[in-house]
Write a protein that binds this ligand. Structure first.
Ligand code: 5AD
Ligand code: SF4
Length: 470
């Protein structure tokens, strides 16, 4: 899962009445936060808030934060410093500006945020954002609020059902969180502490939400979870279902043409899930399966509980089931104790897999995680040098993958207007952005196109014939 994207709000959601209060949500971190931001917008809609893309015109600014690496939290504090000035200027004009911090930094830092950032009115964790309206009401009465309990009630049961018009305004692809939290305790990672233990949403909730999305015109759903393939729940047959079973069931939802899921742990890739890749046309041939390191010694120190060769064998099985699958991954360089030899093992596993896409990071010490107390922390300049070498290799593989697509005829889901009139941006089965000449009225259709060229971050295509595939 990409954790580096600092995206803007649950974007241009144009539904809602005029002359109401406006909320700007800045999303840091992974796709789960993007989903949460959207649902926070839903929770606030009942209080008359409509989303805005313009921070300056907002009456409420929420920073939905990420705590995965050190820099991310520091970014939040410096953003809050800038917001304090903005709030003071507004107050001088007799106007209200409320500021809230949500997400994983909120969970981890709690009261500390109120201490360090006097402009903040509410701090609300990832499990309690259905109570945001109440927290804001209390703050307006003069009590700054920290609500970071692991709520006993299920937030999803308390969030309002999203209106069709709001879903439609968000586009033809959507995220759907099916699982939260993590029990794996990789020694570098704060997630088990910030997002808590693994919890799966019940099957009926997921199917209902997927149906609602599809009814509103969503064609592609990405199932989300910190450990999405650890999802489990009781099936209608009384059996314990896993993610594979869930995908087979979702493939039957009318209107849903494409399914994806992220992020997976190699240890939870079971046979049924691999079968789903073989059997389901709607399950897209793209898999984000982080390995973090190619060295068995480091994998052990990271508590990943698999070896490099087990990971490679797993990928062989997945590729046998779905030969055109594109692999994506996450890597950490400079984990404590990582030697040059360990790092060479990481380069070797990258060579062996051949990634279409990847995210790589310098190890960042997270207080409270076991990794923070390990000896042999790697010096910053060594981490930088390793990251540079790894990224050069990954970028080369990415470019090679993009080039290998040229000349192919692929199915393209038309997603949003392109930069130029008469152009539309679509999404390939392998998650690439593809520019093609098409009408905006075709958005939501899946059409055959021929890839004719590559750009820095996208591909170019021409329509093959005027046929709607799905
Ligand atoms: N330092 C660097 N990278 C990290 N990640 C998680 N924790 C850390 C950390 N302490 C990376 C992992 C994970 C991705 C979401 O973020 O690669 O898969
Ligand atoms: Fe963090 Fe490991 Fe859990 Fe992923 S599997 S969220 S890296 S502890």
């Amino acid at each position: 899962m990409s954790n580096d994207t600092a995206t803007t709000p649950p974007a241009a959601d144009k539904a809602g009445a005029a002359n109401t209060r406006k909320v700007f949500i800045k999303t840091y971190g992974c796709q789960m936060n993007v989903y949460d931001s959207v649902r926070m917008g839903d929770a606030l809609a009942g209080d008359g808030y409509v989303p805005t893309d313009a921070m300056e015109e907002a009456d409420l600014i929420l920073l939905n934060t990420c705590h995965i690496r050190e820099k991310a939290a520091e970014k939040v504090y410096s953003a809050l410093g800038r917001l304090r000035d903005m709030k003071q200027a507004r107050q001088a004009d007799g106007q209200e500006l409320m500021i809230g911090v949500t997400g994983c930094v909120a969970q981890a830092e709690g009261e500390e945020i109120l201490r360090r950032a006097p402009a903040v009115d509410v701090v609300v964790g990832p499990q309690t954002y259905h109570r945001l309206p109440e927290a804001l009401r209390r703050a307006r009465q003069g009590t700054r609020v920290v609500d970071t309990d692991y709520a006993v009630e299920d937030k999803f049961e308390h969030l309002p059902v999203t209106e069709k018009a709001r879903i439609r305004a968000r586009g033809v692809t959507a995220f759907l969180t099916v699982q939260e939290g993590c029990d794996k305790f990789c020694t570098f990672c704060v997630v088990p502490y910030t997002r808590g233990a693994e919890v799966s949403r019940p099957l009926h909730q997921i199917i209902d939400e997927a149906r609602r999305l599809a009814d509103a015109g969503v064609r592609e759903i990405t199932l989300l979870g910190q450990n999405v393939n650890a999802w489990h729940g009781e099936g209608p047959d009384g059996r314990e279902w896993g993610l594979g079973d869930l995908l087979y069931r979702l493939a039957e939802v009318p209107g849903l043409a494409r399914l994806r899921y992220t992020t997976s742990h190699p240890r939870d890739m079971d046979d049924r899930l691999i079968d789903a890749h073989r059997d389901l046309r709607s399950l897209m041939p793209y898999l984000h399966l982080p390995v973090q390191s190619g060295s068995d010694r480091i994998l052990k120190a990271m508590n990943r509980r698999h070896t490099a060769s087990e990971y490679l064998r797993l990928i062989d099985r997945i590729r046998t089931a779905r030969p055109d699958i594109a692999m994506s991954g996450d890597f950490i360089v400079g984990f404590p104790g990582e030697t040059d030899v360990d790092f060479e093992d990481t380069l070797r596993i990258v060579q062996a897999v051949g990634y279409a896409q990847a995210f790589s990071f310098k190890y960042s010490t997270r207080p409270g995680t076991p990794g923070a107390d390990l000896p042999d922390q790697v010096p910053e300049d060594v981490k930088s040098e390793r990251l540079e070498r790894l990224q050069a290799l990954l970028l080369k593989q990415q470019a090679e993958f993009a080039k290998s697509c040229v000349g192919k005829v692929i199915d393209l889901l038309l997603e949003k207007p392109g930069r130029n009139e008469g152009q539309v941006i679509g999404r390939s089965p392998w998650l690439q952005s593809v520019n093609v000449d098409a009408k905006t009225s075709q958005i939501g259709d899946i059409i055959p196109v021929r890839i004719i060229g590559t750009g820095p971050n996208s591909l170019f295509a021409e329509p093959v014939r005027d046929v709607i595939i799905a």
